[in-house]
Design a protein around this ligand. Structure first.
Ligand code: DLZ
Length: 195
C-alpha cells in the first residue's frame, strides 16, 4: 500500500478552472502523470472544459509558460467577449499526447490553480541540478507573485526506474499525478476561503 503521499482528501472542484502545463521531455512518463492528474480533477467535479492543457519543450520552460498562461486568463476575463482562449497565447491549446481524450472547447476566466508537470532525470552532467533548482524556484515565485496555487508536478529523479514508479508504472509505485490533481482542487478551494 502506498503510505508516503498525502492522505487523499477530495474537495468539491465544480466550477474551478485549472491550467496544466507539461514538458515533453520523457514523454512516456509524462503521459501517465498527466492522465492521473486529469482523472483526479474530473473525479473532484472539475469539468473537462475547465481544464486547459498546454505543452512546452522541457521543464526549464515551465515557469514562464505557467506565468503567461495565468496572465492570459486574467486579461481574457477582464475583456470577456473578445474571443480566444488563454491557450492561444502559447500556441496549440491542447496537449500533444495523442492517446489522451481530446479536450472539449475551453471555458474562459482566470485559473484557480495551475499545475506544472515535468520529469527531470539526472544525467552525467550538472544540467539536472541547475534545471531542478531554477524550475522549483521559478514555480514558487509565480505562485507567490500571483497568489495562485502552482502545483509542483515536477519529478526530480535519479533514474528511469524512479520515474516509472512515481508515474504508477510499477507494481509498488503510485501515480503522483493523482496527488497533484487533488492538491490543485484542495488549494483552489482553500485559497477562496482565505481571500
Ligand atoms: C536539456 C534537458 C535535459 C538534459 N534533460 C531534461 C530532462 O530530464 N527533463 C526535462 O524536462 N528537460 C530536459 N532538458 C530540456 C530543458 O528543460 C530545456 O527544454 C532545454 O534546455 C531548452 O531550454
Amino acid at each position: 500500500m502506498h503510505t508516503k503521499g498525502p492522505s487523499p482528501v477530495h474537495h468539491d472542484g465544480s466550477g474551478l478552472r485549472v491550467g496544466i502545463v507539461h514538458a515533453r521531455w520523457n514523454g512516456s512518463i509524462i503521459e501517465p502523470l498527466l492522465a492521473g492528474t486529469k482523472a483526479k480533477l474530473l473525479e473532484c467535479g472539475v469539468r473537462e472544459s475547465d481544464i486547459v492543457v498546454q505543452s512546452v519543450p522541457g521543464s526549464w520552460e515551465l515557469p514562464l509558460a505557467v506565468q503567461r498562461l495565468y496572465s492570459a486568463s486574467q486579461v481574457q476575463s477582464s475583456s470577456a467577449g473578445t474571443g480566444g482562449t488563454a491557450g492561444d497565447l502559447l500556441g496549440s491549446s491542447t496537449t500533444d499526447l495523442s492517446s489522451l481524450p481530446a479536450a472539449a472547447a475551453s471555458s474562459t476566466g482566470p485559473f484557480d490553480a495551475l499545475i506544472a508537470i515535468g520529469v527531470l532525470i539526472k544525467g552525467e552532467t550538472m544540467h539536472f541540478e541547475y534545471i531542478s533548482d531554477s524550475v522549483s524556484q521559478g514555480l514558487m515565485r509565480v505562485s507567490l507573485d500571483t497568489g495562485v496555487p502552482v502545483i509542483f508536478g515536477v519529478l526530480t529523479v535519479l533514474n528511469d526506474d524512479q520515474a516509472r514508479a512515481r508515474a504508477g508504472l510499477t507494481e509498488v509505485g503510485h501515480n503522483h499525478g493523482e496527488d497533484w490533481g487533488l492538491a490543485a482542487v484542495e488549494m483552489s478551494v482553500k485559497r477562496k476561503s482565505w481571500a
